[in-house]
Design a protein around this ligand. Structure first.
Ligand SMILES: [Zn+2]
Length: 226
């Protein structure tokens, strides 16, 4: 799979040069301040979206079956959609990423775009299992509201910058591999969301009560935070 000639689309690397087991062990996210500039963010992101989407059509010409997940046992439907609202850019999207059991290229592209590194504009090919995780969480919490996104993909540069200014940010964060996201659900208690995430046993779960969000990833099953 190749994504080329687009400054806003980063090709997914096969290896990030470090073993996953050392990545993102704990304390991944730190406390982050939300800066929301809805108008500006939206205008910029629309332009970027057009570029990224044009590249995406060629990049995702074929669809693949979603690999088996621990979540497969959760009785999820064969067609799955997600609604996500970025608290940093103000963008809100709704996309179908799985249709009749097959990954849906355009839907993935839309979600990858909203989960991009909003600081640098870089779009990453997120782990589709992460979308399943969010799907299952939203379903489990009986939420019809968009998932509120605090952080998705982070470029190495962005992560290094965050890590140097906060000791709560892991240098080898799974955010850099497109396998982690920091979220909350509107009108849903964070502690209840935390409990729901732990019950999925689908990866790492970090609770950041003071900052009001939950980190979830598709790495090893583990937990931290308070
Ligand atoms: Zn995180």
């Amino acid at each position: 799979m190749q994504i080329v000639n687009d400054p806003f689309v980063t090709r997914r690397a096969e290896s990030n040069g470090f073993p996953e087991r050392f990545a993102d062990e704990e304390g991944t996210c730190g406390s982050m301040h939300l800066k929301t500039h809805p108008a500006l963010g939206w205008a910029l992101s629309r332009r970027r979206f057009v570029t990224a989407a044009a590249a995406g059509v060629a990049a995702f010409a074929t669809t693949t079956l979603l690999p088996d997940l621990a979540l497969a046992a959760k009785d999820l439907p064969a067609t799955r959609s997600l609604a996500v609202r970025s608290l940093h850019t103000g963008e809100e999207v709704q996309a179908t990423y799985l249709r009749d059991g097959r990954l849906h290229a355009e839907g993935l592209q839309v979600l990858n775009h909203v989960l991009r590194d909003w600081r640098s504009g870089e779009v990453w090919e997120m782990d589709p299992k992460l979308f399943d995780l969010l799907y299952a969480l939203r379903k489990g919490m009986d939420s019809k509201q968009p998932v509120e996104l605090i952080s998705g993909y982070r470029s190495p540069k962005t992560n290094a910058s965050l890590a140097s200014s906060s000791n709560g940010v892991a240098k080898r964060s799974l955010h850099m591999q497109g396998k982690a996201t920091d979220i909350r659900l509107p009108e849903r208690d964070l502690k209840a969301l935390h409990k729901a995430a732990l019950s999925l046993q689908a990866g790492g779960v970090g609770l950041y009560s003071k900052s009001g969000f939950l980190h979830v990833d598709t790495g090893r099953v583990r937990q931290w935070g308070a």
